[in-house]
Design a protein around this ligand. Structure first.
Ligand SMILES: Cc1cc2nc3c(=O)[nH]c(=O)nc-3n(C[C@H](O)[C@H](O)[C@H](O)COP(=O)(O)OP(=O)(O)OC[C@H]3O[C@@H](n4cnc5c(N)ncnc54)[C@H](O)[C@@H]3O)c2cc1C
Length: 380
C-alpha cells in the first residue's frame, strides 16, 4: 500500500452500501482505497421480491448490477464471502465465490463497514424444526430463492400445490400474498396457501390496525392462517406444535435468521443475538474503525439496525477517514411503513394510523423501483 493511502473495506451489498458507493461516486478522497467484498454481482432489492414472485417483473428488474456502481465510485469489487474477522488485527478472511480467480484469502483494512444482513441459523433450525434445513425452500439467501422459485411455478403449472409460508413477519406476509397471486395467475387452479405464524399472532411487530387489515386481506384472498409453531418438516409434510400434520408441497421458510456465526470470534462487541453493537453513529462500541448497519447490527438500547441508514453511514465513513466529527442518526422519527398484500393492494401505516388500497401499492412500488433506478443511473 502507498504511504498515506487508507483502505476501506465494505462487507456486503445491502441497501446502505449502495448509498455509500453512490456517495463515493460523487466524492472519493484521493487517499482512500475502497474494496467491496460481496458474493454476487448485484444487489437484490428485497422490496421488489414480491413482484418477482407474482411474475410482475423479472429478477433482473429487481436488481442493481454492482460493477457500474463500483466503477463509478472508483472502488474495487472482490467476489467472495467474508468468513472470518479479526478486529484486533484489522483483517477479514475471504472465501471466493462464483469461481472468482485471484481473490486474496485475507484482507487488511483501516476502516471496515459491515452490511451483510442475516442468514439462516441452521443449528437452531435443526434443534427446533428438524427436517427444515433439508426440506424447506429458504427465503434467504434471496439469490438462492430467486434461482429456485421458477421450479415452484413449473410444479404449479403441472398440479395444484399446497404452499405454506413458515414465519409471519413482514417478509412472510408479503411472500404468502405474492405466492398465492403468482400461482393463481400462472398455475393450475386448486392450489392452497397457508401462513404459519408460530404460537403468536401474525406480524407481532406490526401496529394492531395493520394486523387487522392484513388478516382481512388474508381472509379475502382465501389464505389460511395457522397460529401454531412449525416443529418439523418431512417429505410433503409440515409438523405442527399441536401434533397435526399439514400436507405441504412447498414449505417456504422465512424465519430462523441470525447474524453470521464467525462474528462470535471477531472480538467485536455483540449483543445476545450475535448482532454487532453500534452507537447512534453506526460505529462499533468496541472498535472505532468498524461500522455496521442493517440486520447484522443493533444499538445498545435494542434499536435494530436500520437498512435505511445509508446516508449517515456514507457520511460517517468519509468523516472517520478524514478525522472529522461523525453524524448521529436522526432521533427515532416515525416512518411510514408499507406492506404489500400481493401486487395491487398495500397497507401504509404511520404510528397507529393506517390506510390501504391500490394507490398505496402503486406508491410502494414507485419507492422500491425508484431506489434501484437511482443507483442504476450512476452507471459510468
Ligand atoms: C419480501 C420481503 C419483505 C420485507 N418487508 C419488510 C418490511 O416491511 N419491513 C422491514 O423492516 N423489513 C422487511 N424485510 C426485511 C428487510 O428487507 C431486510 O431486513 C433488509 O433487506 C436487510 O438489509 P441488510 O442491508 O441488513 O441486508 P441485505 O439486504 O440482506 O444485504 C446483505 C448483503 O450482504 C451480502 N453478504 C451476505 N453475507 C456476506 C458475507 N459473509 N460476506 C460478504 N457479503 C455478504 C449479501 O449477498 C447482500 O449483498 C422484508 C424482506 C423481504 C424479503
Amino acid at each position: 500500500m502507498h504511504h498515506g493511502i487508507k483502505k476501506l473495506v465494505l462487507l456486503g451489498a445491502g441497501q446502505a452500501h449502495l448509498q455509500v458507493l453512490a456517495r463515493l461516486a460523487r466524492h472519493h478522497p484521493g487517499n482512500l482505497d475502497v474494496i467491496l467484498l460481496t458474493p454476487f454481482p448485484h444487489h437484490t432489492g428485497h422490496g421488489c421480491l414480491p413482484g418477482f414472485v407474482t411474475g410482475q417483473h423479472t429478477a433482473d428488474e429487481g436488481r442493481v448490477a454492482l460493477e457500474p456502481l463500483v466503477r463509478a465510485a472508483r472502488a474495487r469489487w472482490l467476489q467472495g464471502r467474508c468468513t472470518g474477522l479479526d478486529a484486533t488485527a484489522q483483517q477479514v478472511q475471504i472465501t471466493p465465490t462464483g469461481g472468482a480467480q485471484g481473490v486474496p484469502t485475507t484482507l487488511g483494512y483501516d476502516l471496515l463497514s459491515i452490511d451483510i444482513g442475516t442468514q439462516p441459523d441452521r443449528p437452531w433450525l435443526d434443534a427446533t424444526m428438524p427436517g427444515a434445513t433439508h426440506h424447506a425452500l429458504h427465503l434467504h439467501p434471496v439469490e438462492a430463492f430467486i434461482a429456485l422459485w421458477p421450479q415452484v411455478m413449473a410444479m404449479a403449472q403441472k398440479q395444484a400445490v399446497s404452499l405454506a409460508v413458515v414465519g409471519a413477519g413482514a417478509d412472510g406476509i408479503e411472500l404468502v400474498f405474492a405466492a398465492a397471486q403468482g400461482i393463481r395467475e400462472h398455475g393450475l387452479p386448486g392450489s392452497r396457501f397457508t401462513l404459519i405464524s408460530g404460537g403468536e399472532d401474525i406480524g407481532p411487530d406490526l401496529p394492531a390496525g395493520v394486523r387487522q387489515r392484513v388478516l382481512a386481506q388474508l381472509r379475502h384472498q382465501g389464505i389460511t392462517v395457522l397460529r401454531e409453531a412449525c416443529v418439523g418438516m418431512s417429505e410433503g409434510e409440515v409438523l405442527l406444535g399441536n401434533g397435526a400434520r399439514l400436507a405441504c408441497d412447498v414449505p417456504l421458510l422465512t424465519m430462523g435468521m441470525r447474524p453470521a456465526a464467525w462474528l462470535q470470534g471477531s472480538g467485536l462487541a455483540l449483543n445476545d443475538t450475535g448482532q454487532v453493537l453500534v452507537g447512534p453513529q453506526l460505529q462499533s462500541t468496541s472498535h472505532a474503525q468498524v461500522f455496521a448497519t442493517g440486520g447484522v447490527s443493533a444499538q445498545l438500547d435494542g434499536t435494530p439496525g436500520d437498512m435505511h441508514a445509508g446516508t449517515v453511514l456514507a457520511y460517517n465513513l468519509l468523516a472517520a477517514h478524514e478525522g472529522a466529527p461523525l453524524r448521529t442518526l436522526p432521533s427515532k422519527r416515525q416512518r411510514v411503513a408499507l406492506l404489500a398484500c400481493g401486487t395491487g393492494h398495500a397497507i401504509a401505516s404511520w404510528g397507529p394510523l393506517c390506510v390501504g388500497g391500490r394507490w398505496v401499492w402503486e406508491w410502494k412500488d414507485r419507492i422500491d423501483r425508484g431506489f434501484l433506478e437511482l443507483h442504476r443511473v450512476t452507471r459510468g
